[in-house]
Design a protein. Structure first.
Lengths: 125, 163
């Protein structure tokens, strides 16, 4: 399965954790963004099959990244990986069109399970 | 503002267990050694106004970074350690925010090389502290909040005081 994924997080540590999980499910084509502004710029420049983004980042937030992607008419799966765990935040993200949501801290197995679900959907599309 | 020490310990246990694969235990106060320490902090603003500080020995952070990155501890760089404690502090802040009055916002984390007393947050004082041990190393979580009366005895302003 060939999928290209954009990973946006201002923490290099968190990007590495996510990339390790992506590699573990066979995804090798990964582009990194260190903030929300860079994420939107990269998304406008090239096609992606999935976006994983943090919420709290310098520049644009993950929610603003999500809104920018949806405003551009894209239905690409977007997963928020964030410490923002309040129901109001999750609801805000759902209303903005988020595809999945993972609250930190998380077990890497939980992230891998969500990624495998995404890959399964991509294969069936 | 009331923050229970048990809430800090629960958050610490959840983060250390799921992200670091480490068990933690409570201890009374930080050990008085000369180990170099790193301290991360984030501010919560809005419905709740406070700051969360995470102080840890450099060795704890080194072990934590190694666990997070799946790379040997000997290969960790100072950048890895600073980024690691920033992310752990972010998780502490985010998880604490979720149990405080909403709506509130979380700042981006900052990190200093030094201990928690080196971080001066004006017009604030500690409202909760938890001293813990993980990887055989000490770390400490503190919540400071704005106080209406800076001259009030500390025990009247603190939900919990440890050590």
């Amino acid at each position: 399965m060939s999928a290209k994924v954009l990973v946006a997080d201002d923490s290099g540590t968190m990007r590495k954790i996510i990339i390790r999980s992506l590699n573990a499910v066979g995804i090798k084509d990964i582009v990194e963004a260190a903030d929300g502004t860079e994420a939107v710029a990269l998304f406008q420049q090239q096609p992606f099959d999935m976006v994983l983004t943090d919420w709290n980042m310098p520049g644009l937030t993950g929610l603003e990244v999500l809104k920018a992607i949806r405003a551009a008419g894209s239905t690409v799966p977007v997963m928020l990986v964030t410490t923002e765990g309040e129901k109001s935040r999750v609801l805000e993200a759902v209303q903005a069109g988020v595809s999945d949501y993972l609250t930190k801290p998380f077990e890497t197995d939980a992230l891998r399970a969500k990624l495998e679900k995404f890959l399964g959907a991509l294969a069936g599309a | 503002m009331l923050v229970a020490q048990s809430a800090l310990i629960d958050i610490a246990r959840s983060i250390c267990s799921s992200m670091l694969g480490a068990e933690i235990e409570e201890t009374c106060g930080s050990p008085a050694d000369s180990s170099r320490r790193l301290t991360g902090y984030v501010h919560i603003t809005g419905g709740s106004k406070c700051a969360v500080l995470l102080e840890a020995t450099e060795e704890f952070v080194n072990q934590a970074a190694s666990a997070l990155l799946g790379t040997p501890a000997a290969e960790m760089t100072q950048r890895d350690r600073l980024d690691c404690i920033a992310e752990l502090t972010n998780m502490f802040g985010g998880n604490l925010k979720s149990i405080l009055p909403a709506p509130s916002s979380l700042s981006l984390p900052s990190v200093i090389v030094g201990n928690r007393d080196d971080v001066l947050i004006a017009h604030s004082s500690p409202v909760a502290d938890a001293s813990l041990i993980g990887f055989g190393q000490g770390f400490h979580v503190r919540v400071v909040a704005e106080t209406s009366d800076q001259h009030a005895p500390r025990e009247m302003r603190c939900a919990v005081a440890v050590g």
